[in-house]
Design a protein around this ligand. Sequence first.
Ligand SMILES: [Zn+2]
Length: 457
Amino acid sequence: MKDVLQQIETGADRHLAELKEFLRIPSVSSNSSHRKDMERCAEWVKGQFEGIGLERSEIIPTAGHPLVYGEWLGASGKPTLLIYGHYDVQPVDPLDLWESGPFEPSIRDGRIYARGSTDDKGQVLIHIKAVEAHLKAHGKLPVNVKFLIEGEEEVGSDNLDAFIAENGERLRADAVVVSDTAMFDRDLPTITYGLRGIVFFQIDLEGPNSDLHSGSFGGAVANPGGVLARILAAMKDDNGRVTIPGFYDDVAPLSDREREIYRSLPFDEDRYKKELGVEALSGEEGFSTLERVWARPTFEINGLLSGFTGEGAKTVLPARAMAKVSMRLVPDQDPDQIATLFEQHLRALCPPTVQLRLTRMQGGKPCLVPIEHPAVQAGARALEKGFGRAPVFIREGGSIPVVATFSDLLKIPTVLLGFGLPNENAHAPNEHLDLSNFRRGIVSVAHFYDELSRTSL
Ligand SMILES: [Zn+2]
């Protein structure tokens, strides 16, 4: 590894110059006016693959934005690693809140400011430069690698699942690595080993055939707004537990080791409350805040609409009410099963005075790769070498649907090695990436490939 680390060291200025080039391309996937930029950005990634000496690189058109695929498969008998990331970025507005242009990378206080710096271009380049360092040092890699870099992550990865489903053989690997998450805290290398899943619904209740005068009809006709409020309130009990029968049946309990790990993390509940502007926290009894967010399922109202919401008063009995609700799921809950249980419970709670229409919208499975898994342990050893201290293991309350897809379709585990920081403004103005984490990321990932070559998966 000495020669590899030497390559990373001597390449530092060039790596930074290339990061700036990558960040200058305004690859905003949600806006059709950037279609040409998306193509240019895919070409740039492919150019990197060619430049570092991958054996094969290819732009793969989709119904949306193209995928970029690259591979080097010369390490016979060694594990194959699939490296997933994305080259598309979020929109930049509100533009006036940026201190420097979102596509004019600017370095201040050891951080590089630009849209996509932490999410996810900087983290994609970490892998490209680590592969490059191995190839420059030894003309070969310790493991086989396949890069899959997509351009639609920020708009729901619409075309990715189909590509993965149709290309199982091409993508066959022993593990996936994704660097698109954040470290728990500064200088605290982190492996995220669990993600929550989600089911999402729109509930529509219809009462009378039009809005009614609340004086003439109030008291005799059910108010859909009131009915909906009662139903939604009944979804959780006073201890913060979801009341849907069977909801918790498949929830994998937290192990003592996990609870111990979470307790030992530097989590300041007072600072957390202050940052959020809340007087007190709320949640399921018997669980800490981190446990509630990472390892327990939820029911949340995401939106609520009924009746007159304009200025002043209008005495109306609304004809309809609507809510958007979602449930975050944890292993081993199944989104389809939970969706069925929710619908049964909702229909049981709904009185005959209103008509119920339920629309299921999006979803994703939860996933968990055990801390003891050899690929995760290889990641832990690599981070320790890159950062000079052992990593912490955390879960993430949100969802990264592609991780469940890899698990479902390719039957392989994903190691989430994230080099962002929680306050680096991903999706917000002044997004940035800590440059010491960029450098330590390249070193860690170079070690990861090396560690993996001695791991049987
Ligand atoms: Zn991302």
